[in-house]
Design a binder for this molecule. Sequence first.
Ligand SMILES: NC(=O)c1ccc[n+]([C@@H]2O[C@H](COP(=O)([O-])OP(=O)(O)OC[C@H]3O[C@@H](n4cnc5c(N)ncnc54)[C@H](OP(=O)(O)O)[C@@H]3O)[C@@H](O)[C@H]2O)c1
Length: 202
Amino acid sequence: MFITSKVWNTDHGYKEARAAFERSLQRLGFDYVDLYLIHWPMPKRLETWKALEAIYEEGLVRAIGVSNFVPRHLDELLATGSIIPAVDQIEMHPFLARKDVLEYCKENNISVEAFSPLARGRHLDHPVLVKIAKRNGRTPAQVMIRWCLQKGATAIPKSVHPVRMRENLRALDFSLASEDVAALDDLDRNARTTTWDPYTFI
Ligand SMILES: NC(=O)c1ccc[n+]([C@@H]2O[C@H](COP(=O)([O-])OP(=O)(O)OC[C@H]3O[C@@H](n4cnc5c(N)ncnc54)[C@H](OP(=O)(O)O)[C@@H]3O)[C@@H](O)[C@H]2O)c1
């Protein structure tokens, strides 16, 4: 088990984030979590990051990071913070490649964690995806997850069905040829599933 929790948007600020973290620990019944993130780049994010740094220094989390941060937000954090975020959890899948974030994170040693790597199931019947899946003897979901992994990200697909959880996990035991990766790269169309666009957060 790897436990991640996040500071919610209404709990930003130094004291507020600290209190929110303590409430989360209490609700979970743990004395630490593996990863604690800032959910969105809200206006008080730098103050909030200071709280996460303090929580980390005290050993209450194994790692701290952010979510939905784009290079501009990361630049600001790296310039003012003392700890580099371990993770940026962003929406990423072949239909939303987020090349700028990937590149930035690679250069700065930040791990990218792809959320909604299946685009919430919206494009699983796309002909290119179906063709690549058939050619590899895999499912479209496995191909989408595998693409994230081969782009250097980790992925957190969600399913309530054990059979699909097993299917998704098996994205770890094959690899896509470079021409398949290139064909999937061509599917990028900035198809966000979240209502909010992180690039509009100043
Ligand atoms: N940081 C953020 O702002 C943020 C935002 C959104 C989501 N997330 C996180 O990202 C994770 C996953 O994202 P998500 O749930 O939005 O989207 P997702 O993982 O891309 O898609 C989940 C959907 O795909 C279905 N599914 C799962 N495996 C499948 C398979 N093998 N074949 C066909 N359908 C399959 C699921 O249905 P069943 O459950 O019925 O199998 C569900 O409807 C969650 O842990 C979520 O908390 C983070």
